[in-house]
Each structure stands twice: as structure tokens, then as C-alpha cells.
Design a protein around this ligand. Sequence first.
Ligand code: ADP
Ligand code: MG
Length: 396
Amino acid sequence: MNALPDQENDKPPSITPRPARSWRVAVLANIKEHNKPLPPDVPPDAGADYDYIETIDHIRAAIESDGHATVFIQADSELPYALKEAKPEICFNIAEGLGGDAREAQTPALLEMLKIPYTGSRVLTNAIALDKTLTKRIWRDRRLPVAPFQEFHAGDEPLRPELRFPLFVKPAREGTGMGVDVHAIVNNELELRERVKYIISMYKQPALVETFLSGREFTVGVMGRSDAKLFSRHPEWYGPDGFHRFPILELDSSRSVTPGVYGLQAKAQSVGAEGAPGYICPAQVEPELAKKLQHYAWRAHHLLGALDVSRVDFRLDREGNPCLLEINPLPGLTPDYSDLCLLAKGEGISYTDLILEILYLGASRWGLLEPRQIPPEPPKKRGGAVNGKSKIHLIP
Ligand SMILES: Nc1ncnc2c1ncn2[C@@H]1O[C@H](COP(=O)(O)OP(=O)(O)O)[C@@H](O)[C@H]1O
Ligand SMILES: [Mg+2]
């Protein structure tokens, strides 16, 4: 006999795990400042990963549509004081940070210090993910496929024999294609040394040198966690492991302003504009490759301890094998433009639903949301009959 009274059992499962009341949500970001001249000691593309204020407006509108109050706070050195004044119950964090070797971890670290809940990955993941070399070492250690690589600190270190030209040179700790253009591909020692020295002196950080991966490029979104269904507004999105599989996005840079390279200049073009890469979602890929990409992305997310949402970039090598390039635990969220938004759009998930999903998954980890009540499984009847129909198929 079931211990619960019948009346309880008859209740339909709750459709949405509604917050008990509306939250005060602070959206934290670094905003592009067009009119401010760059300081003399920074690279020409400094701040390229910062957001447009319009993106913040879209995020706020999505959150407000669910009945919450929002405030935008610039994630600069005044942030601690602004947070104390605004007293948010949760922060929607997309802040890129203000420099240093782990800038994307700065805002999470401050929020941890002030004990304020926030969305997405925590300090360690954001710090490591910004460092592409460290990330690749972790993945390689667990047998995930990464191209051979070497990090250069001085520029004149001997090149390891496993690295054969053409090679690809990029800053070890940037994002959004910063420091990446057609000159990132180097064909000989001279070009290599020049580019490595340029990256080290201009970006004031190590240069990461990898085998040039000449194949197709994909990005794969990861969203969820084992108990995501209990807190999601859309439990139907999630598989039995609690993760949602977005369709895969292919980036075809062959006809972009930087042919073959999805660097800053290519990324800066509006989707569909002349000189923009082709954005193909869902990508046309054989089921076996799709399965591999999804699996590696999920493992890559787990191994870095990423939470709730991330985007993992891949390129195929000459033989068509996928190699992990990097993970983005703070994926861009500009509607109809950022890769994650295009992935969602590719399967008909609205921008508002995507933003609210990230908010709900985050809020639930900090105890701001009660789990959905899942009704207990109906007791199994003898003989395997369910709903009066036998599930046993007799083979004649
Ligand atoms: N080893 C590589 N071989 C070929 N292209 C690469 C390689 N590494 C990066 N790229 C190109 O450079 C782009 C940016 O590199 P990525 O590692 O994703 O850094 P981010 O997007 O953070 O700037 C990729 O999208 C890809 O087009
Ligand atoms: Mg990338």
C-alpha cells in the first residue's frame, strides 16, 4: 500500500518549479566603451570580449518576463560597493573581468567572498578555462583528444619534435578570437618565432602553439546536470543523465574575412553578412561523428567542473578526427549572434527560455528554488501489466 493519502497521489506533477517569490537579480557584465581610448600598454583588441549594453537589456528583459526585478552592475573595481548597495539575491554573471591571468574568475571569486549566489561555473573552472594550455593538459591527462601543443614563455625555446608545420599560434589566455587572425597559421621557423614573440610581447602572456587543424570546425553546447529536471522549466529538454544536447553548430570560415580561421574579425561580423563565417545549425554530420562531439563536449565540461552551461569548440584534424580546442564556461549571450544563442535557436529554444534556464539552474544550486515534486512511480502489478496492457511480447 502507498503511504501517501490518495488525494496527494492524484495531484498532477507541478509544471514549473516556480520560485516562492520573485528575486532581485543583478546582471553583472563588462561593457564595451567605444569612446574611451585604449591605454598604451594593451593589445589593439583589448576588451573585444566585453558586452554591448543591448545584450544586458535583452538578458534583463528575459529575467523580468518571469516576474523578477533586475539591476545591471558593471563588473569593475566598484563592483563590491555596488553589490552591497543593490543586495541582489542572485547574480546573473557574464563578466569577463579586468585583466590578470584569470580575469573570468574575478567576479565569481568576489561573489564567493560576499556569499552572493550566482549563475554558472565557479571560480576554479573559470580560472582554468581561460588558460587554454592548462585546460588541454587536464583533458590530455584523461585521454580526451587534443592536438599536440607547446607553450612558449620566452619565444626561443626549442620546438618539440612532435610539432610539425603548419602550426597555429594563439594567446594562451584570451577569448573571442582575440590575437587570432590568418597570421596565426605559421609555415616555418621564421614565421613561428615572429608570431610567438608578437603574442608574448603584445598580450603579455604565454603563446600556445598547436598543430594546425585543417578540418571542419564545430561548437557544441552543454547544458544541465544530473538533477536538472527537478529545477528546469523544461524538463523535457533533458536526457536521462540530466543533460541537454543542443544541435551541433558548424562554423564555416572558408569565405569569411579571415579565410579558414574563426578569429576576432570573423566573429565580429553580423550573422549572414558578407565576410561572416557560415553558421550551419544543425550541422550536417554523420551520426558517429555527432556522437563523438557530444560525448567529448560533455566529458570536457565535467573534467573542468563546469556548471550548468558551457560551449566547447572543436576542429577536425587532417584525418577527420575531432580535437578539442577550448571550453567557454561563460559563453556569449548576444541574441541571434552568439554561438550558444544560435544553437538554441537551431532547435527552436527561445532566447528568454535559454536565459531563464541558466538562471533557474544556477538558483537551484544555491537553494533558491524548491525541486519539482515528481510523483512516486506507480506500484508494479504482477505479470508486468502496466495500464492494463501487458508489456510482455510473446514470440510465436
Ligand atoms: N590548432 C588550431 N588549428 C586550426 N585552427 C585553430 C586552432 N586553434 C584555434 N583555431 C582557430 O582559431 C579560433 C579561435 O581559437 P579558440 O581556441 O577557439 O580561441 P577563442 O575562441 O577563445 O579565441 C578557432 O575558432 C579556430 O578557427
Ligand atoms: Mg573559441
